[in-house]
Each structure stands twice: as C-alpha cells, then as structure tokens.
Ligand binder design. Structure first.
Ligand SMILES: [Fe+2]
Length: 354
C-alpha cells in the first residue's frame, strides 16, 4: 500500500485499509475499488490522506506501534468519554484507564517499532483521534525514558484526556476557521483549566494525569499558558504531552490548516528545542518517529518517484525506496528497490503525496 492525498486519488484505485468512523463503524472497507461516488464520499467526510494499493505496492505493509483494533477501540472510547463529559457527566475513569493500559501494554510489546502514522482520519473526529495519538506518542516517549508501568499508565491517562477541557468550549469557537476574536481566543485558552477542574475532582484519576491537562500548553521557556510556568516548574508528563500535542496537530488537518509532512513537523519541533520544548525530551520523542513513514511516496534527487518500504533505526533519513516511476515519469515495469543508506549520492528531495 501507499499513502496518497485525497486530491490525487483517481477513480479505479483500490482502498488498502478500512476507514472507520470515530465510533468504530467501518465507513469504507479495505479492498474497495474507488468509484466516483466513493471518492465524493471521502471528500464529504473531509479525509485528507488515504492508503491505496496497486500491483507495485500490494505487498507493502505499514507496521503500526499499536494494532488497528486497539486504536479503533481507543478512539471510540475516547469519544464516548468526552461526549458524556459534554453532557455534564463525570469522566469514566475506569474506561479511560482501560484504554490507556491497553495501549501501554501493546506499546511495550511492540517496543522498537517506529511510528508510521497510519490512521486515516475524518476531520470531524479530530479531537478523539488526536487524543489517542497524543496518548500513543507520549507513552512511547515515556518508554524511551525508562518509565515503569505505573508511570506509563498515569501518563497514558493524562495524555488521553489532556484536551478534555475542550468539551466545555462552544463548538462554534472550537471549529472556527476564520480568525478568532480576542474574546474567543481567551475562551479557548481556558481549556487547560477547565480540563484540570474536571479531572482533579475525580478521585479515580491521579493528580499527575490531571496536570497533563492543566500544563500541556505551558512552554519550556515560560512563554506558555495559563500560568507561564517554565522548565522544572512544569511536570515532566506535561512537557512530554506538549511535544506530542504540537507534533500530532502539525501532522493533521485542522480547522485552519492542512497537515504538514512528518519531516517538516519534526523540523518545527526541533527548531523549538530549548524555547518551547525541553531539548532532552525532544530527543526521546523524535527517536520513535519514522521521518519518512513506510508507504510515503517521495521524489528522489534523480527525479525518480518511489515509495518507502523499509526503515532502519540507524539510518532513519535514508530508507529503502521502491521505484514507482523513472526519471521520465514512466511507470516502472520491473521491481527496483534502492537502499538510500548504501547510495550516498541519492537522497529524498521531496514528499510528493501532498
Ligand atoms: Fe490543548
């Protein structure tokens, strides 16, 4: 399979992974041949990327750090929890712990697998899939830091619920695509405090987890909100969640902006090292991310187009590429793979799926 931007989809392509709604229903199934009507449906659902397969990419599997089932279940439970909070009920701590523990278990078991972002998201489900991704990315960072299981679970719950305060903000403000008025911006900035209030009142949620909600917009240099805390004044969990939060937002379509490719998001995170983010934690965070995820389509410096098929931890910037089109834009009719780590003169010039 390979990843493709929705606007580059052509009729007749085959969907390589199922597309789920936030409540876990299959919207479009794997193997489906994309007719115009399905493509229109994908546009209506506001999906930005999908995975397709053809004869040149049919055997390429994208390994994920957690199983599809665990992710789908987690997103659906996150939605239920937040929908209930919106209705004025309290956070179902048992449910939150169950999914966080499940993700922690899988992430520990799959230790060493790099993050290739594999979930196809619809924009309306952003809050729930974002919560689950931030949980996964934060726990991975905790594992790199050598956290024990108890700490990983608290971090997992905190990361999963870091934005629970957004349930208290009017959707018209939250989803606004135009510039926010100063009052609206102020209201959005209240979500860490709203989240903290919701979580700290809950006796089944640890105070450490609640601080992920309260402090995830604080910044290493004190430039964040709501309290301008800096460096050691911020709990380490919140430092981690802050990086995961920004990273996942950058690599997703959000109300006011399209997703950026992983290498660009990582560059933005690295540029903020020592200002917004704790440099040491960035190292641990970045170590888990595949710069060019398996399934991404790239243009090489010799103008050949190919798909990433394998990555080693030692040479993350130099994956193995299967060539799809030669330098004259002619489709390949034989299987050619180039290991960039063994071809120092060739490099990735661009990610072309966007
Ligand atoms: Fe937030």
């Amino acid at each position: 399979m390979r990843r493709i931007l929705l606007e580059n989809i052509a009729s007749g392509m085959k969907l390589a992974k199922p597309l789920y709604s936030a409540d876990g229903r299959i919207l479009l199934n794997a193997g489906l041949e994309l007719k115009e009507s399905y493509i229109e449906r994908l546009h209506n659902l506001d999906v930005s990327y999908i995975y397709v397969e053809d004869d040149l990419t049919a055997d390429i599997e994208v390994p994920d750090v957690v199983s599809e089932q665990a992710r789908v279940e987690a997103v659906s439970t996150a939605k239920t929890i937040m929908d209930n909070v919106k209705l004025g009920k309290k956070v179902d701590a048992a449910q939150a712990k169950k999914i966080a523990n499940n993700l922690v278990d899988e992430l520990c078991r799959n230790h060493g697998v790099m993050v290739n972002f594999v979930d196809m998201r619809t924009r309306s489900d952003y809050l729930f899939s974002h919560s689950v991704s931030v949980c996964i990315l934060s726990v991975l960072t905790g594992i790199s830091l050598g956290y024990d299981e108890l700490k990983l679970r608290d971090l997992g719950v905190g990361a999963l619920l870091h934005d629970v305060g957004k349930t208290q903000i009017a959707p018209e403000i939250l989803n606004k695509t135009e510039r926010l008025s100063p009052e609206e911006a102020e209201e959005i900035k209240q979500h860490p405090a709203y989240g903290f209030e919701i979580l700290r009142k809950n006796p089944d949620i640890s105070l450490m987890s609640a601080h992920c909600a309260f402090q995830h917009h604080e910044r290493f240099d004190g430039s964040g909100y709501p309290r301008n805390l800096k460096d050691a004044e911020i709990h380490q969990f919140a430092h981690i969640v802050a990086i995961a939060d920004v990273y996942d937002a950058l690599t997703s379509d959000v109300a006011y902006r399209r997703a950026v490719p992983v290498y660009e998001a990582l560059a933005i995170i690295n540029q903020a090292s020592g200002t917004y983010f704790n440099p040491e934690l960035i190292e641990h965070f970045v170590g888990n991310i595949a710069v060019y995820p398996i399934g991404s389509v790239v243009r090489l410096s010799n103008n050949q187009i190919g798909v990433v098929v394998d990555i080693s931890h030692e040479a993350k910037n130099k994956p193995v590429i299967r060539i799809l089109m030669d330098e004259n834009k002619q489709r390949m009719n034989k299987l050619v793979e180039i290991d960039l780590s063994k071809n120092p003169r060739l490099y990735i010039a661009d990610v072309v799926e966007r």
